[in-house]
Ligand binder design. Structure first.
Ligand code: MOS
Length: 734
């Protein structure tokens, strides 16, 4: 099905099932432990051996010698794979670093060996007996130091609209500040894990992947085998946050080890290896310049960013992504530069671009509001727009940004805020309120699904879309049930398998839009086939309550399948001329109240309100869960999450969950999510935009702004840990 014009009225608009608050259909499997994650799939293949990955001990340089003598003789050892016995490996599309190091070492904890043994403990013990000699090169580990040699990014080209320099120079009120965001780790609960087995030249992986089609594509290139010789299965995934969008060392090394060992191998990437062995979110430096008239109209917006990566063509944490789409203003410039660093590879994490970009831009807006003596909400409303500025500026498919700002402010009680910082106190706590805008790209991507009306009248849905804890099973079942006029209980959803039609997977908050569009397309075709088999006209057929109604006829769906199941498969193709003629974004506004301990500088987030406009809300329960999870991640970005870089030895020091601190829901007593009415017929047939990542963007700066309101201390370097506040707190108890 081609999607080449805004969707008209269609069966989804009935909202009999779609749009209804539905608890996750996979919930009972999760809570009873029956949903098996990759490492728990004991039953899929017999005789599994255990793999243990050894990480490089230097950040950059060469292996000059490997001595496996003792390791090979250790109890239980089945096989050892290093660069010396594996042959040449390719590089996938999305990740630039070789998954197996040697002789060249690209980054600290890059895999250099996998030991296969009868037990995990034996594999671990043998790995400790491997002796490797290294020759270390000097490396560059500091973004601030690498900034001067940074190059303009190809991924996020610099842009100029109007005359930024002139407008900034002549503006009534200006702001010019620099903000920094640190390296961060995804810290999902389920570690990377894979069980791999070979049959001849075909490999099967039970693994944990957000995007099945990227995993098989990249693994094919790395192993040098045809993609159709790879099967990947990821029905349940315990979080990914961007680090599982393609194969990491667990999958590659498990496949290599299983081939070498001649038997299935099971690998879970050890937690202490994850931060340095896999990818992370790269640190950024941002300079924001804003110019405005006295009454708060932005006349100049400048946003420059610097990020780092291992290779010049690597992923760029492009902080300037949201800047053209958020505020009006005739004159603007953005520029994103990439520096080469010898740290582990930086890549996608939790709404890359928007999350970090707003961490700078949205503190800057708060600072500008204060300079103008203007309410921060009003400043944002005053700079709303219908279309992105400039000759190439696109209109928005829908934009309910101002409604988010107003509704959120109202529900939060923003009018109660005291604009003078450091003036509200309760006992030992300084109390503050802050807010920030949220925006995240939300366009769909081509995706396919297969649906089958079985003889017993149930509907089977098969697609390689994944559920990373987000609710995909449920919204896909709702979409199919709505399309076919069936109760939810008669829909059986099967996900996360490369044997199923390919989707864009769970990435960039595009999963819900893309996968439900695919199900819409497949169900549309199935409706036609069912009508055809019954000799009815599909054009005027209605599917409802397990029946098909057409003209005077009313036939149970089961009648259509009395001779056998009917199947349909289709791909929803987003026609690019139409699709790229609009800017498709989800919008939101975050409001936060914090309390800062006047003696210790500890910040507590007391309550949070998010107002979101994200197209049709397919399921208010799963959408809300996405947003409150994202808000919690935003608390981490604001207050605790930072990979500490050892700038001498070139690695992330706090590479475990004890020292890399992530908040949990229990840290935040009150979280409220409001959905602003927004149905977007241009984004997809289901008219739904992504919401998961939207919920994160803008949270951290809202907290930073609340801390400023509480204390009068403006911290521009995340995370806002107590050491950045403690010396500047008013030590005047009582
Ligand atoms: Mo997300 S960082 O696009 O998995």
């Amino acid at each position: 099905m081609d999607f080449h014009s805004p969707a008209g009225t269609n069966p989804i608009d009935q909202e009999q099932v779609v749009g209804q608050a539905t608890v996750r259909i996979d919930g009972p499997l999760k809570t009873t432990g029956q949903a098996r994650y990759a490492y728990e799939r004991h039953d899929v293949v017999a005789n599994q051996a255990y793999g243990y990955i050894l990480g490089a001990a230097i950040p950059t340089g060469r292996i000059t010698g490997i001595d496996l003598t003792d390791a090979r003789e250790a109890p239980g050892v089945v096989a050892i794979v290093t660069h010396e016995n594996v042959g040449k490996l390719g590089i996938g599309v999305f990740i630039n670093t070789p998954p197996l190091g040697g002789p060249r070492i690209d980054h600290y904890h890059q895999a250099v060996a996998i030991v296969v043994a009868e037990s995990f403990e034996q594999a671990r013990a043998a790995a400790a007996l491997i002796k490797i000699d290294y020759e270390r090169d000097a490396g560059q580990f500091d973004l601030a130091a690498g900034k001067d040699t940074a190059r303009l990014s190809d991924q996020q080209p610099a842009s100029q609209v109007g005359d930024f320099e002139g407008a900034f120079a002549s503006a009534d009120v200006t702001l010019d500040q620099t903000y920094t965001t640190p390296d961060q780790s995804h810290a999902m609960m389920e570690p990377h894990a894979t069980i791999a087995t070979w049959e001849g030249d075909r490999v099967t992986l039970w693994t944990s992947q957000q995007v099945i089609a990227w995993a098989t594509r990249d693994l094919a290139t790395i192993l040098g085998i045809p993609e159709e010789n790879i099967r990947a299965s990821s029905p349940y995934i315990g979080g990914g946050f961007g680090v599982k969008v393609t194969v990491m060392s667990d999958a590659v090394m498990a496949a290599l080890a299983a081939r070498e060992a001649g038997r299935p191998v099971r690998v879970a990437l050890q937690r202490p290896l994850i931060a340095n062995n896999t990818t992370h979110r790269g640190a950024t430096i941002q300079r924001v310049r804003l110019g405005a008239t006295q009454d708060g109209k932005l006349t100049a917006i400048g946003h420059e960013g610097w990020a780092g990566n291992l290779t010049w063509d690597g992923f760029c944490e492009s902080v300037t992504i949201p800047t053209p789409s958020l505020y009006a203003g005739a004159n603007r410039m953005t520029a994103m530069r990439l520096a080469r660093l010898d740290l582990p590879e930086a890549s996608s994490m939790r709404a890359p671009g928007e999350t970090t970009g707003l961490m700078g831009l949205e503190i800057a807006m708060d600072e500008l509001a204060e300079k103008l003596g203007m309410d921060p909400v009003e400043l944002r409303i005053a700079n709303d727009m219908d279309a992105e500025p400039g000759e190439d500026g696109l209109p928005f498919s829908t934009r309910h940004f101002v409604e988010c700002l107003r509704t959120g402010a109202e529900r939060f009680g923003w009018s109660q805020r005291n604009a003078t910082p450091g003036t509200v106190r309760e006992d030992n706590w300084l109390i503050g309120m802050g807010m920030a805008s949220a925006i995240r790209g939300a366009a769909g991507r081509d995706s396919a699904a297969r649906v089958r009306l079985e003889r017993n009248g149930t509907l089977t849905v098969e697609t390689d879309m994944t559920d990373i804890g987000t609710g995909s099973y449920t919204i896909i079942a709702q979409t199919a049930a709505e399309m076919m006029g069936l109760p939810l209980g008669r829909v059986d959803v099967r996900l996360g398998d490369s044997d199923f039609p390919a989707t864009y997977g769970s990435i960039g908050q595009r999963g819900a839009t893309s996968s439900t569009a695919a199900v819409f397309a497949a169900c549309t075709k199935l409706r036609e086939r069912i009508a055809q088999r019954l000799g009815l006209d599909s054009a005027d057929a209605t599917f409802s309550n397990g029946e098909i109604l057409s003209g005077d006829s009313r036939v149970p769906l089961t009648e259509a399948v009395s001779d056998g199941a009917i199947e349909a498969e289709d791909k929803l193709v987003f026609e690019q001329d139409f699709y790229t003629s609009m800017s498709m974004q989800s919008f939101g506004a975050h409001f936060v109240e914090v309390a800062v301990d006047i003696d210790t500088g500890e910040t507590r987030v007391r309550r949070m309100v998010a107002a979101c406009a994200a197209g049709r809300i397919l399921n208010p329960i799963t959408a809300r869960s996405q947003v409150i999870g994202a808000m919690t991640m935003g608390v981490g970005a604001a207050l605790t999450e930072e990979l500490a870089v050892d700038k001498r030895h070139g690695f992330f020091v706090n590479h475990d969950l004890a020292s890399y601190e992530v908040p949990v829901h229990a840290d935040i007593p009150h979280q409220e999510v409001i959905f602003v009415d927004d149905v977007d017929p241009a984004v997809s047939p289901t008219k739904a935009k992504g919401i998961g990542e939207l919920g994160l963007t803008g949270v951290a700066p809202a907290i930073a702004n609340a801390i400023y309101n509480a204390t009068g201390i403006r911290v521009r370097d995340y995370p806002i840990t107590l050491d950045k506040l403690i010396d500047r707190l008013p030590r005047n108890p009582g």
